[in-house]
Design a protein around this ligand. Structure first.
Ligand SMILES: C[S@@+](CC[C@H](N)C(=O)[O-])C[C@H]1O[C@@H](n2cnc3c(N)ncnc32)[C@H](O)[C@@H]1O
Length: 230
């Protein structure tokens, strides 16, 4: 991936991290759903693009060890501050594209709202190899809406979004600097369409479940077969 884009993503998230206010959002709306996808026997989890560590902490309540990596040092700093009571989370500042994935180490590899920053097709083989046989890959990411059918979903998502923002994020006063940081990031953010997501994941992962969700998201859940050679 081009170095200047990686640098921009790092800068964007270093800035966004300064304003994180721990409210409801379109990603943590799915945390419970994602937790349910983990294998029954789950001891070690890799969280790619952990951000401020909200999902890493949920994972850490139920598993022995969470390795949580993120490109942005500010994100990891905030994550560490908020996770002092969790001795079982190993936060690392790292670019997942340069990271040395250990072989067959994790019971689950999870990633929320991060893979759209990455070359998914070339990354998937590494994620598969890092899973133990029977381990699960669990992904939630953003979806580009391209056709009328996609946009029809907005008739439900937009009013529900307003409602949840009003009910759950009453405590949040977004500053103009926070809004500017997010606007700058969104200027270059790009997402897969539903067709692209289905094609990429179903061609690389046999018998995978790719699902479309409300709030412009899709999920992927894949179990590594016991006999699959990485
Ligand atoms: C939208 S945030 C999501 C954070 C968190 N997963 C959540 O749900 O709140 C995306 C995160 O991915 C991280 N990220 C982007 N590219 C990355 C890369 N190449 N390696 C590691 N982390 C990356 C960013 O720094 C950012 O914290």
């Amino acid at each position: 991936m081009n170095e200047s884009l990686t640098q921009k993503i790092r800068n964007d998230f270093d800035c966004i991290a300064l304003y994180d206010q721990q409210g409801w959002n379109h990603n943590n709306h799915y945390h419970r759903f994602l937790l349910k996808q983990l294998p029954a026997e789950c001891k070690t989890v890799l969280d790619i693009g952990c951000g401020t560590g909200e999902f890493s902490r949920l994972l850490a309540k139920g598993v022995e060890r969470v390795v949580a990596i993120d490109l942005s040092s500010n994100m990891v700093e905030v994550a560490k501050q908020r996770s002092r009571q969790f001795a079982n989370i190993d936060f690392q500042v790292a670019d997942v594209l340069q990271w040395e994935f250990p072989d067959e180490k994790f019971d689950a590899v999870v990633s929320i709202a991060t893979l759209h920053h990455l070359p998914v097709e070339s990354l998937l083989p590494k994620l598969k190899a890092a899973l133990k046989p029977g381990g699960k890959l669990v992904i939630l990411d953003l979806l580009e809406h391209e056709n009328l059918r996609d946009k029809l979903g907005d008739f439900v998502a937009v009013p529900l979004n307003w409602l949840f923002q009003a009910l759950k994020n009453r405590h949040i006063q977004q500053s103009s600097s926070a809004a500017a940081a997010m606007r700058e990031h969104l200027r270059t953010d790009k997402y897969l369409t539903w067709e692209q997501a289905r094609r990429i994941y179903t061609s690389e992962l046999r018998r995978t479940k790719v699902r479309k969700h409300l709030f412009w998201r899709y999920s992927v859940v894949w179990e590594k077969p016991a006999a699959l050679a990485a």
